[in-house]
Design a protein around this ligand. Structure first.
Ligand code: SAM
Length: 229
């Protein structure tokens, strides 16, 4: 198993660093700041559906999950959240993460709860938020449900090129509901091209501090795949 280290980012929130891959789980300019900018403000708040079905690729520290839960509670919005993870973080490592101390929310014990629940089982974390953590590999999994919003938060394309491909994005297209959107932090050309070839309309948005752009990709429901090779 790869060694993991907890690091502080510039907004005071933690992230995990994997020395062997030289990869952080979040932006070193601010983990919470980045997650709110991309997944909550440009993603969750942008999709006008209630209840909303979310799929996250890469549960990791649970930061995006917790922020979505806080948003559900604060706005009384109902969220059904599925999060896929191939390499779960150990409980001991998760205990020290400072997200509940930094994110204003009364029911901070819910951060522990979302980590403690069993994998592959739907659990009610709060009145508005149900969570299923799916243990599996994005390359192999077949999704059974449909989603309105996808948080694509895998490691970067230079670390995991096999996850940023047309094959993978086509799989996500197939489990995306009508007008669904996919949010990701990576705006590289290869990512945009792979998303477009998989039936998404891709828009570049301003990124959080330290990142020029992020992507919002919208499913084109009647996309004509016959022109693809
Ligand atoms: C950039 S981190 C983001 C984690 C998370 N969203 C967070 O806020 O902490 C990428 C995550 O994707 C997971 N991952 C890597 N390869 C995967 C795969 N093939 N299938 C599912 N998850 C994978 C990693 O273990 C890691 O937790």
């Amino acid at each position: 198993m790869l060694k993991r280290e907890i690091k502080l980012t510039e907004d005071g929130s933690h992230t995990i660093f994997i020395p062997e891959l030289n990869e952080h789980y979040h932006s070193t300019h601010g983990a919470i700041q980045e997650a709110i900018h991309i997944y909550i403000n440009a993603g969750l708040k942008f999709v006008d559906k209630n209840p909303i079905h979310i799929l996250e690729i890469g549960f990791g520290t649970g930061l995006n999950t917790y922020l979505s839960l806080v948003e559900a509670e604060n706005t009384n919005r109902s969220i059904v959240y599925h999060s896929l993870e191939r390499y779960p973080v150990e409980e001991e490592e998760l205990k020290v993460l400072n997200y509940p101390d930094l994110i204003e929310f009364e029911k901070r014990d819910l951060f522990k709860k979302l980590h403690k629940i069993e994998w592959n089982k739907t659990c009610e974390i709060s009145n508005n938020f149900s969570l299923k953590k799916i243990s599996g590999d994005l390359k192999e999994i077949e999704f059974e449900d449909k989603y309105d919003l996808i948080f694509f938060d895998a490691f970067a394309p230079d670390i995991q090129p096999e996850l940023w491909t047309k094959t993978i994005f086509k799989k996500l297209y197939n489990c995306a509901d009508t007008n669904a959107i996919l949010m990701t932090y990576c705006s590289k050309g290869i990512v945009k091209r792979a998303l477009r070839a998989s039936g998404f309309d891709v828009k570049r948005l301003a990124g959080p501090p330290g990142k020029h752009h992020i992507l919002r990709a919208t499913k084109i429901d009647d996309f004509d795949f016959s022109y693809q090779n």
